[in-house]
Design a protein around this ligand. Structure first.
Ligand code: ZN
Length: 212
């Protein structure tokens, strides 16, 4: 992909597909409104677009993307909470059945957090404050295996970050209420972009299990 012209060419293909050849999908999505069953929290990383990775159609997923696929804890402080606002809409207005947090290998946000925790220079002002929310992911990884370092520590921290976001999700009253009513399930996935594998968190075995 190079140049804006490629993007415009991509849009023309999209228009041809969804507005000329098969206009029914958007006609329905506009007349009935969107009703995605899935909210996905994914990283902004250009390699892990959930609509591409999961091969979904327009209307299938409500996607929240940010640095490191992070769900912050619930905070009732009147500040600006973009991710929390999106999740509130997904659960409260759209009534999604599932929230899926998708972490990934070689996550720059996790790497920045680990680097800073190890005494390195912090990244940008906003990045450092945001990824500080994930400090505990590195601590949890080291609690499991104190000998971890380098890429192994990054990989373990990336997976623990998914679990931390799942824990943070349950600090939101509207998430807890929907779960208690049996209307909402939480899922933690890890996209290993080294070998094209998806690992799914299994709370029963407390392990990420590779999708066959
Ligand atoms: Zn990332």
């Amino acid at each position: 992909m190079s140049g804006i012209e490629n993007l415009l060419s991509g849009f023309r293909k999209f228009r041809e597909m969804y507005f000329e050849k098969a206009p029914g999908l958007y006609r329905d999505l506009l007349s009935h409104g969107q009703s995605p069953r899935f909210a996905v929290v994914a990283c902004s990383d250009s390699r892990v677009d959930p609509a591409i990775v999961l091969q979904t159609e327009p209307g299938d997923i409500f996607a929240v993307r940010n640095v490191a696929a992070l769900v912050p804890p619930y905070e009732d402080d009147g500040h600006y909470h973009g991710t929390s606002a999106a999740l509130e809409f997904a659960v409260g207005e759209l009534g999604v059945d599932h929230i899926i947090v998708i972490g990934h290998a070689r996550c720059g946000g996790i790497e920045a957090m680990v680097h800073k925790q190890e005494g390195g220079k912090a990244g940008g002002k906003f990045i450092a404050a945001w990824t500080d929310l994930l400090r505990e992911a590195r601590e949890r990884a080291l609690a499991v295996d104190p000998g971890l370092e380098g890429d192994a520590l990054l990989g373990a921290s990336e997976r623990q970050a998914v679990r931390l976001s799942l824990d943070n999700l349950t600090t939101f009253p509207f998430v807890r209420e929907a779960m208690a009513a049996g209307d909402l399930s939480l899922h933690g996935w890890y996209l290993n972009i080294f070998d094209g594998a998806l690992e799914i968190w299994n709370p029963g075995t407390e392990a990420f299990e590779r999708l066959s």
